[in-house]
Design a protein around this ligand. Sequence first.
Ligand SMILES: NC(=O)[C@H]1O[C@H](CO)[C@@H](O)[C@H](O)[C@H]1O
Length: 828
Amino acid sequence: MKKHTATEATPVARLNTEQLKDNIVRHLHASLGTDVNKASPQAWWRATCAAINEQVFDGLRNTQRTHYEKNTRALHYFSLEYLMGRLFSNNLHNLGLYDQARQALGELGMNIADLEDQEEDMALGNGGLGRLAACFIDSLATLNYPAIGYGIHYEHGLFKQSFQDGRQIERPDSWREYGNPWEICRPESVQEISVYGYVETVYDLQGRMKKVWHPGRIIKGVPWDIPVVGYNGSSVNVLRLWESRASDFFNWDVFNSGGYIDAARENIEAETISKVLYPNDETDAGKELRLIQQYFFVSCSLKDIIRRYKRSHGDDWSDFAKQVVIQLNDTHPAVAIPELMRILVDRAEMQWDQAWNLCQQVFAYTNHTLLPEALEKWPVRLFEKVLPRHIEIIYEINRRFLVEQVDVLWPGDNQKKRKLSIIEEGHDPMVRMGHLSVVGSFRVNGVAEIHSTLVKSDLFPEMVALWPDKFTNVTNGVTPRRWLKACNPRLSALLDKQVGTNWPTDLKQLSKFAAFADDPAIQDAFMAIKQQNKAELASVVKKLTNIDIDPHAIFDIQIKRLHEYKRQHLNLLHILALYRRILQEPDYDMVPRVFLFGAKAAPGYKLAKEIIYAINKIADKINHDKRVKNRIKVVFMPNYRVTLAEKMIPAADVSEQISTAGKEASGTGNMKLALNGAVTVGTLDGANIEIAEEVGSDNIAIFGLTVDDVKALQAKGYNSSDYYYADPEIKAILDWLETDYFTPGKPGELAAIKRSLLEGGDPYLVLADFASYVKAQEKIDLWYRDKTLWAKKAMLNTASVGKFTSDRSIEDYVSRVWQLQKCAVNVK
Ligand SMILES: NC(=O)[C@H]1O[C@H](CO)[C@@H](O)[C@H](O)[C@H]1O
């Protein structure tokens, strides 16, 4: 019997198909009270989830017991977003039960794909930042690191998107309307948090000053645990999400005095906190409810961590920083810093210096953007209203920072103080959450090499001067379990054959696939898989949009949130240029190409919604224009989300990563698409630079201004009209947008884009990069004509991006930030 090493988990006995069949039928009967011959697909799905959960809960129990027995140091990931997608197939793959389940269900007359479609996406995030959190907790469990993800149990996730006459329509996302089989309520760990009220200064018998916060409202935090199943039967960690409720459900006194509405009001207001995810990506909401959301989940989470710590340490805080490390996923949870100070100083009566020292050993902060509008700042007056004690603590943190740090390095330099102060002075003073996060953390990282460099050089240069070792980089990654193994089974099977089966947990193994890049048989197998995936996507496109697309055309995909800096409108201008060339030269020679878009715009982001409208209107015109002869098709997939990404990414030939250099901190879609054999058209921005380093300049089409070029052009003074007047193609296509060609009878309906690029000054340099973008696309067209050349490039992308597994990111965080020990789970 093979003896298992300390870091290697004792493998869990895998169920076989027969046992799984029995368990599913047993749950149909016992958990759902129905029968095989009348059960709905929804019932089959829930019964199968229940059967899977037996394994999941075993792992959870063993993991939690092992961590408790070994008193492990653990990572606590604080994130306002977790873009999880569906868990059914993910949990089956990670438990190594997918094939058994497909077999078992097949023998019971059910198609596993139909059951997968019963599940709503758990879309508790906006985009990259939320999805990164989901990939990270998958890797933490797979690598056997003790970790807990903390967040909010939103009743409504990111809105559902549909199109009406080409315009985005938002509808609420009631993802758990009929209950979510992957969550467990933990009433035994309910927490209560305070908001509003006032602070009283009192003196104790020894004359020591104490601060007493008299809250205006108490909110209850109810935790829901979602088990996070590691791959290969390793750890099962927890994602703990907090739901808000009124502390005491019903105020009978108010009710009996006839104030029914008032009695219920408390409850309704309390529930609004975890009601809905703010749908803004990269913009600071600045709303009171958003601040309360941030405080609610960090306060519940800190109290939960301290409750667990005290179980084995009582009031001895000396091991707290050894046991606990907290990663702040952007500034959204930064209020955790003054909250821990409040708990240590006001509740545990710790001396300020000791408490501050502890804080700075516990918190680490990840920055995800340089966009000024995304850097959170809260009005001091809002803090005074919602968190009166915390603003006092922030003032004290700031006072000591300016005196003990800033004034030491820059004595008497008030300008430096104004720039570095956590408080931004002015008629409406603001709390700079980025500054607070840096001052209160022992480590600060960006999410790609170029981004981390810009965080140091452009965002926090003085902070770097104060704490040079505090700043580091951890390039993002994606979990290969969801983004290759589960979403692209055909390619996974080929890779298993060519490079062995360890690549899901050792993605660097993919580099062995490069050896086959010139092998005609493997090239054919690889491209045949791509073709099958494209045919499959074509039927999804037909079902969702009723547009027919040819799987033999180039599938050119741009999937990400709609934002000007991601430049979906640059992609659209290229499409217009091609369309115009075809109209001018009916025999214009190009490889047929299908341009596929997937993107949600924040409901309040007007220009983003105009870009969606323009893409849809232009798509409609081109797709129905016989003169195009199917050389171009444009498709905007509605309701882009994780599950749709899993269907689109395996079918991609071309990956559009065309942001203005210096704006996309990293990107992660770029990694997923390259991993699935797409060739990137991209700028030297974010992780595109590292992808280019890994795949080699022959296997990527880089174009456009670099970060330094952008800075130089802006310093010199960028005038977009120069490009408009200098390039007749640009002029023609922009002028086209002012006509009613794409919006018959409604001239100028699409002019908002032209206005933003001319009068609006084209802040993201779309026109400056247009010509080189078109060149890069011509290169793609040329490459694709040579099937063996293309197959080689596509295969080398898959083979060369092993670096971008989130397992590598996690190991980087462990060595540069968290100092965690792997903990093999003992199975009992
Ligand atoms: N809001 C985001 O998605 C941000 O975080 C992601 C994860 O770090 C980054 O990849 C992305 O470039 C950035 O804009």
